[in-house]
Write a protein that binds this ligand. Sequence first.
Ligand SMILES: Nc1ncnc2c1ncn2[C@@H]1O[C@H](COP(=O)(O)OP(=O)(O)OP(=O)(O)O)[C@@H](O)[C@H]1O
Ligand SMILES: [Mg+2]
Length: 315
Amino acid sequence: MILTVTPNPSLDRTYEVPALERGEVVRATGERMDPGGKGVNVSRAVAAAGRRTVAVLPLGGAPGALVAALLDAQGIEVAPVPVAGATRSNIALAEPDGVLTKINAPGPELSAQEQELLLDTVRAQSREADWIACCGSLPRGLAPSWYADLVTRAHAAGARIALDTSGRALSEALRARPDVVKPNAEELSAAVARPLATVGDALQAAEEVRALGARAVLASLGADGQLLVSEAGAWFGSARVSAVRSNVGAGDASLAGFLIAGGTGPEALASAVAHGATAVTLPGSVMPAPADLDPAAVTVTADIPLDRVLTEPTP
Ligand SMILES: Nc1ncnc2c1ncn2[C@@H]1O[C@H](COP(=O)(O)OP(=O)(O)OP(=O)(O)O)[C@@H](O)[C@H]1O
Ligand SMILES: [Mg+2]
């Protein structure tokens, strides 16, 4: 079972608009609602692969009830943590040329009691979990060391932790030795406080993040592919992609692919790349199912192309 923890989930509302004009009444031509949050995406991809998953989510108010109902309709098991504040609603405005404008709300502040309940729920669910994937930003009220505490407690209970977060929540969690972290290029660059221009720069940064405490680093480098750096070695994976439709959630699909395939070694990296490369060919944050994957398009090598210049170097 793969348990996911999303401390700050959302109700994602997407409006299709002909064109965005500031100060005008913009009439939407279509609208949809989706359960949102990085761990929610991971759970959706794991469920699509026919594997058991439970999503731990603080949920509150009418938007929280809608998130639970939407996930239930998709057959995704939720371990809800009832909170007093309303779950946030995030707005996305999609224009016909593919430009997406997003407005993300901060979300409710969790009280000390709600934080305790969240940890208790993770503990209760983690008994059956092979992996716990902790994903996304922390809501107001949670200390930057919150993920570090979670990693320590989960390790004491015998579970492995995958962490996909950024900034201080990531840097503080490293000392608790998460089993794998999944930064993208920007997050990896921030973790070592310097820009990354080549695959070699990313490899060196990933090694530094390991030295800071992560047991393994799965670094996703957008169109350039992914690096896995672990005690057992380092590998680089990439895939041919025909047409990119939406890279939203490609990192979440990658992490799911990595964990589904065991969460360690070059085969898990190949699965991560296959999931990421397929996710970008699907609209919005739609997660790939096994039938969508094209494993033949993936290459994984221990011969890392150190001098390859990143398509999107970090600033
Ligand atoms: N333009 C692209 N072409 C081919 N593959 C891509 C492209 N963008 C992303 N991918 C694949 O998806 C993986 C994850 O993408 P990325 O590094 O952008 O994740 P991310 O920024 O964490 O995304 P998110 O947080 O929105 O889920 C990449 O490592 C790569 O395998
Ligand atoms: Mg990401």
